[in-house]
Unconditional design. Structure first.
Length: 150
């Protein structure tokens, strides 16, 4: 499972021109579910993401987590994170999980963020064509892969 975390001051996601998820200060998370991913992969990300100390403290040091600053999170499914670009110029998405499995793990991930204490968790619409807007703060962008986490 792969996640791209962007520290934002505002983010929203739209479908058919209508805002379906919107947050203020917090994390905009793109989540890609790979074939073979399980709840254990989601749990690894959940144990890391809300606690990433990438917000500045009173001394200007990145020392505070999203939970510390009462940050919000917008989670958008992103199967293209699973792209294999090792051959040719056209990405292959064969490593992406099947839609039913990916959606189940996406929903589980969102529920676990809420259980972890994130004050507000918004989502996109799984499988839909979405438009994402954000104001990246910093900019700060972190990429996590559950395979690389202990």
């Amino acid at each position: 499972m792969k996640a791209v975390i962007q520290r934002v001051i505002h983010s929203n996601v739209k479908t058919d021109g209508k805002v379906i998820g919107e947050i203020g200060k917090g994390f905009m998370i793109l989540l890609g579910v790979m074939q073979g991913d399980t709840k254990a992969d989601a749990d690894k990300l959940i144990k890391k993401i809300p606690y990433l100390r990438i917000f500045e403290d009173e001394n200007g040091k990145m020392n505070l987590s999203c939970l510390d600053v009462n940050g919000e999170m917008l989670v958008v499914s992103q199967f293209t994170l699973c792209a294999d670009c090792s051959h040719g110029r056209r990405p292959s998405f064969i490593r992406s999980a099947a839609p039913d499995e990916a959606n189940m793990l996406y929903e589980y991930f969102v529920q676990e963020l809420v259980k972890a204490g994130v004050s507000k968790v918004e989502t996109g619409c799984f499988g839909a064509d979405m438009k994402v807007e954000l104001i990246n703060d910093g900019p700060v962008t972190i990429i996590l892969d559950s395979e690389e986490l202990k």
